[in-house]
Ligand binder design. Sequence first.
Ligand SMILES: Nc1ncnc2c1ncn2[C@@H]1O[C@H](COP(=O)(O)OP(=O)(O)OP(=O)(O)O)[C@@H](O)[C@H]1O
Length: 507
Amino acid sequence: MTLELKGITKRFGTFTANDRINLKIEAGEIHCLLGENGAGKSTMMNVLYGLYQAEEGEILIDGKPQRFQGPGDAMRAGIGMVHQHFMLIPVFTVAENVLLGHERELGGLKGARKAVVELSKRFGFDIDPDALVQDLPVGVQQRVEIIKALSLDARVLVFDEPTAVLTPQETDELMNVMRQLRDDGTAIVFITHKLREVREVADRITVIRLGKIVGSAEPTASSNELASLMVGRDVSLTVDKDDAKFTDKKLEVTVLTVLDRIGQKVVNDVSFEVRGGEVLCIAGVQGNGQTELTEAIIGLEKPASGSISLSGRRLTGKSVREVLDSGVGFVPEDRKVDGLVSEFSVSENIMLDRYKGAPFVKAGTIDFATRNEFAEQAKTDYDVRAQSIHSPAGSLSGGNQQKVVLARELGRKLELFVASQPTRGLDVGSIEFVHKQIIATRDTGIPVVVVSTELDEVIGLADRIAVMYRGGIVGIVPADTDREDLGLMMAGEMPEHLKAAAEEAAA
Ligand SMILES: Nc1ncnc2c1ncn2[C@@H]1O[C@H](COP(=O)(O)OP(=O)(O)OP(=O)(O)O)[C@@H](O)[C@H]1O
């Protein structure tokens, strides 16, 4: 099957998100779409999947024009989408999830079970159709999404930033699955900001900038070449930093335990110190207690025991307001839920809780002209691509939403900075900028904690690395620890040869 987008134009109001896009996707190829934040990649895929209707242009399958009124039409035409935020129901089994919404096509639960078994066999997935989705690791849940699409005979599969939630090992496995699907004749559209992945699997690379296709690249291109094609300038892919210069400031977390709603330990006896002037990166697969740990630091989670203090002042027991007011910047892992108010404008989100002592607050009232100037400056500094500072944050592309959160949190007068997945979804140019900001923040002499599942980011930013697994810290190791070893630690195993170095790094 050949899929073709011909002259696709999609506008939001007066803004053109996709400008006369021509793109051909062939069976049996992995076609990577590269583009900076807000370039229009997701918009294009949403048009393809029937979620948006284009103002101009057409979608052709094997030369025949299609009219997609919604995803149902796209699915029937053989287009499948693997979402980054999975659309599965956790308390349903695999087969029930595959069946959901397609009862007729699959012939009931029996048919769905059969499809799961057959497709698992064909692609070498080890998936039990009767397992509950909530009991499966994220990488396996993603395979359930793939199976769901394939059970409806998808011939084109779109993966929109699928590796953002995966471990390095799961990412490698996904690459293999994509290759297998390709060899089986499926056309794969792969959107990712990670150049390592592009170079590994792409058969063809198309670059989109400001809504237009600007060219293509060979899979043999270097990461630097791809990066500059994408953002239109040279980008440094490594983090430049001087050795840490420690100050007296200190974050101390002492035998901290946090329980979840049913009383299980999600953070288990965690102790560490971060000195002023250093970055401690917390590595680990998502869901191993990092979220609860960072939320305990800013007062969102009430610990069952243990304490947290900042430069000798106790943070435990304080309200979130009090913690933030004591100079704590916090980037939550889920920008959509915790980082932004989607209906509020970019400028409102930048000032959200920063009115105390802000330059735009005079005698208890907001001076809108000054606030707007302030927001314009932040928009420029952080290269937020939005139509204006008055656009609702929810209308921004994922990467640009993240930049709004960062502009707010890094713009405070800080005594401590805690960031979860600070660069998730950002393009290489923006990552370069944010990493520089984080290092500059560290160099002001405050403690910085960065939680990240990206090993490149961890290795680039960290002065020391703590790895979390099942609520506990497996070890705190030097920043130059081997990737393989970090991978093992992320699976809960402490390599014997690292134990001495870990004791030294933890001290
Ligand atoms: N529903 C919407 N309303 C208004 N503008 C929108 C809407 N959806 C997207 N846009 C705008 O269209 C542009 C392209 O967004 P899109 O999400 O396609 O970018 P992207 O290339 O996927 O970026 P990212 O890498 O950040 O995810 C952005 O400037 C965004 O603000």
